[in-house]
Design a protein around this ligand. Structure first.
Ligand SMILES: Cc1ncc(COP(=O)(O)O)c(C=O)c1O
Length: 433
């Protein structure tokens, strides 16, 4: 496979864009490649790069493309909306329809406010929780990622983890001091922090997916709910990834745990820029213009994004009885076979899977339950796996510490090819050990 054109574009990109990419997770540095592939187009389960190489896609834009790329209803809806106009700075009926649909699917949200990204959603949710409780400090889990607002870039996951650091520079001491962190799953530490401090909110990915996928124990989620109630701490479920992916009602429906607030993004924009935060009416009524917690956005609720989101969420809603089962079955089949192949070639792995998300950790540990376990992974083995996959037409996240995303468009042939190539990858790892 030639990557000549991507390399040429990259050489130009680094002159004008830091690192040549507009989000660090797109860089291929951690898998020992100088240049990423530059994508030209996508359809269904496939991507094509600027060199004409075809790939089966397991990144799915980091989550939004649950129905596959260029899904018919989304494309048609967007085309129609673009003809009407692009953005008005005044409300549209579509925003109301999306807000109604979201609250119908996620009944814990009485009201919802749309934003332009997941980062804005979590940032605004934290501000709102602080205003509601009159408290300053917040609590998050090590290795969880909630976007790139200052307060949440502490012991963070995703691209920071991939690049080997967890706290961003450029954040004031004051902000850092107000964000407390504990390991995911550590009940004693959570209890201690919540009981000893006045904490405004505990913000968590109910299914952490930014240190690789971690399957939470439902008893742990129940514990978190109870301790937040007992300490009057606002419980925020950051469902930017898990929302509409694990089930229509996200992780909260999947596990039957009701948070006070929820943040969403990705799928509810169908591949276009979006985010949302919502929750109990008494909290949401503090948001401007009815309350004095400011949140605004020139492109908040942009009609193109909202239409793409409406088409995506409506399709999921109308086919909920079959879609989630199908996604789960595909993922189960892939991961069970990956496990068998890894065993055949004596490559130590631990695969975490939930719904249509999975991560293959190249670790000797039997379980990966938190950041410390995830960090035990052999990133060299991951790099060999990634590179074999890419060079044979399969694109997976270029980091050990991210989730693979399954889309509905993934065919049986795609899966068969993926497993065939994965076998080669395990063989290559064995040859290197
Ligand atoms: C759980 C979670 N929260 C928040 C965000 C931030 O969303 P965005 O990239 O749209 O700002 C992400 C992004 O990956 C995420 O995974």
């Amino acid at each position: 496979m030639s990557y000549k054109n991507s390399k040429e574009i990259y050489d130009k990109a680094v002159k004008f864009i830091p690192g040549g990419v507009n989000s660090p997770v797109r860089a291929f540095k951690s898998v020992h490649r100088e240049a990423p592939i530059f994508v030209k187009k996508a359809k269904g389960s496939k991507l094509w790069d600027e060199d004409g190489n075809e790939y089966i896609d397991y990144i799915c834009s980091w989550g939004p493309m649950i129905l596959g790329h260029n899904f018919k209803n989304v494309i048609e809806g967007v085309r129609e909306e673009v003809e009407n106009g692009s953005s008005y700075g005044l409300p549209t009926k579509l925003e109301v329809e999306l807000a109604e649909l979201i609250t119908k699917c996620c009944p814990s949200m009485d009201k919802v406010r749309l934003t332009t990204s997941g980062t804005e959603a979590t940032m605004s949710a934290v501000r709102l929780a602080r205003a509601y409780t009159g408290r300053n400090k917040i609590l998050k889990f090590e290795g969880c990622y909630h976007g790139h607002s200052d307060a949440l870039l502490v012991k963070s996951g995703s691209g920071l983890l991939t690049d080997g650091y967890q706290d961003s520079n450029g954040i004031t001491e004051g902000v850092l001091k107000d964000t407390l962190t504990v390991p995911f799953g550590d009940r004693e530490k959570i209890k201690e922090v919540l009981e000893k401090n006045n904490i405004a909110c505990l913000i968590m990915e109910p299914v952490p997916a930014n240190m690789g996928v971690i399957s939470p124990d439902v008893e742990f989620l129940k514990f978190v709910r109870e301790i937040c109630t007992a300490t009057s701490t606002v419980l925020i479920f950051d469902e930017v990834i898990s929302g509409f992916r694990l089930s229509l009602g996200g992780a909260q429906e999947y596990f039957g745990i009701t948070p006070d607030m929820t943040t969403l993004g990705k799928i509810i924009g169908g591949g276009y820029p979006v985010g949302a935060f919502g929750g109990k009416e008494e909290i949401m009524n503090l948001v401007a213009p009815i309350g004095r917690v400011y949140h605004a956005g020139t492109l908040s609720g942009n009609p193109i994004s909202v239409r793409a989101g409406l088409e995506t969420v409506s399709y999921l809603y109308n086919n909920k009885e079959t879609i989630y089962k199908e996604l789960e079955n595909k993922t189960k089949y892939i991961t069970e076979n990956l496990e068998k192949l890894a065993k055949k070639y004596n490559v130590p792995v631990c695969i975490n899977r939930l719904g249509s998300l999975y991560t293959i950790f190249f670790t000797e540990r039997d379980e990966v339950k938190n950041l410390e376990d995830a960090l035990s992974s052999n990133t060299e083995n991951f790099a060999t796996y990634f590179n074999t996959m890419l060079d044979n037409g399969i694109v997976i996240p270029p980091s050990q510490f991210e989730a693979h995303f399954i889309s509905l468009a993934l065919t049986d042939e795609d899966i068969a090819k993926t497993l065939e190539v994965a076998e080669k990858a395990f063989k290559n790892i064995t040859n290197k050990i």
